[in-house]
Design a protein around this ligand. Sequence first.
Ligand code: HEM
Length: 516
Amino acid sequence: LLGLLLENSLFRNLGVPGEILEILFKWVDDVEDYPKIPKAKGGIKAIRSEAFFLPLYELYLTHGGIFRLTFGPKSFLIVSDPSIAKHILRDNSKSYSKGLLAEILEFVMGKGLIPADGEIWRIRRRAIVPALHQKYVAAMVSLFAQATDRLCQKLDDAATDQEDVEMELLFSHLTLDIIGKALFNYDFDSLRNDTGIVEAVYTVLREAEDRSVSPIPTWEIPIWKDISPRQRKVAEALKLINDVLDDLIAICKRMVEEEELQFHDEYMNEQDPSILRFLLASGDDVSSKQLRDDLMTMLIAGHETSAAVLTWTFYLLSKEPSVVSKLQDEVDSVLGDRFPTINDMKKLKYTTRVINESLRLYPQPPVLIRRSLEDDVLGKYPIKRGEDIFISVWNLHHSPSLWQDAEKFNPERWPLDGPNPNETNQNFCYLPFGGGPRKCVGDMFASFETVVAVAMLVQRFNFQMALGAPPVEMTTGATIHTTEGLKMTVTRRIKPPIIPELDMQRLKMEASAKIS
Ligand code: HEM
């Protein structure tokens, strides 16, 4: 405190330049007697090569739940301690912004809900959360089932032709088709068609992911921006998506004006149950640019995350046939041959546990990013305003001190009759959807989406890693991807034929007559 007062008065009263003060007070800091955050050094290679959260895990085992990682002049705080994570995300969330993340994603999400901070975030969150009401999510379950059914038809063809399939790509198409309909009632139909708009979405997504792991922001160099073919392609893709979104917003506005249905809390238009329709019908007083930013944000947030969860779930299942058997038993007894409905969601308990456990082992995204807006104390360590912080959800979820057999894929660790695990009942050791005021708005949507997809796929098919498939390794963008895809062989399940009750009685009588 004394240091801070002195610093202020030197700056204000004597006009001593900031740089000199920094050197002076670094020295004061060094001699002051308060606990210092352990320091680790990183090479730039560590963030470029392999999945960057893996070296962070090694450093966590050496340095503990909070340490400082320095790359030349840059430094980050890496947090892997549940109580510090809780402090940043929930208890003192007002003192933290999205920092680097907002800077990186600005080009595509603008002031959308994920990067936005302060007043804009507060207003947009308040407008968007009600759109994901219960009736909407229930309607979405049948959308998930129809989209997954289209994927099943594709897999059925592959099974007939005895062709292997690349599941990571198919899951990405599945979740894009779902989120397009769910957000703005737009059919990307990417499972069947490869249109310009689908390619544009992927160009923008890949760029966002590359920027999140790139150590040098080449895209900010003024001339480079205009001459680099890649950056020009990104700009064209963004323009195409923005034009499509602007058209969809304009069409939807007209429909809402013509509609007679009164707006209420659980408003939903049966033909167009989308979030966009809800927002416009609610009279949401927002500019088209802000609306576009929010839709784009949710398109990205709700697409790659769910696709990654499905990819890693099927990878994990491919190594645990006993889990698959239990899963299929549950799905057969709850669903039989029919599509899932909202009422089945609470009955598909084991399927839900499989997703819970997959999200523990492969959290999407593996790190959460924040910047301190004021001085604070993390654990026993004072920190300054302006610190860039990575909360490693990967480390929390893999910590040998927080989990028994942390590396084991064990859905049974979550009792079927227990509560659905979340950040609150797991005391911030488990953060599949973040926590505090910035928690995911699509958590229920995403849970049901992945449960429906897994249930319907194992209901109809058996999956195995394809013969000669490349090893499945991790790489990162915003979510965890495989390095070379998830190549699988799909076969139709052979289930015992369902014999109607009457025939069954006749068969039994015939059999007993034969015996006697
Ligand atoms: C935020 C995970 C699906 C929309 C988040 C956060 C996480 C997360 C961890 C917190 C980020 C942070 O604190 O920095 C996931 C996972 C999903 C998923 C694992 C799929 C399995 C979705 C879907 C939507 C969505 C389907 C939209 C319908 C959002 C939004 C935010 C967010 C808008 C920002 C909320 C805010 O800052 O107020 N998500 N998400 N997510 N998610 Fe999701």
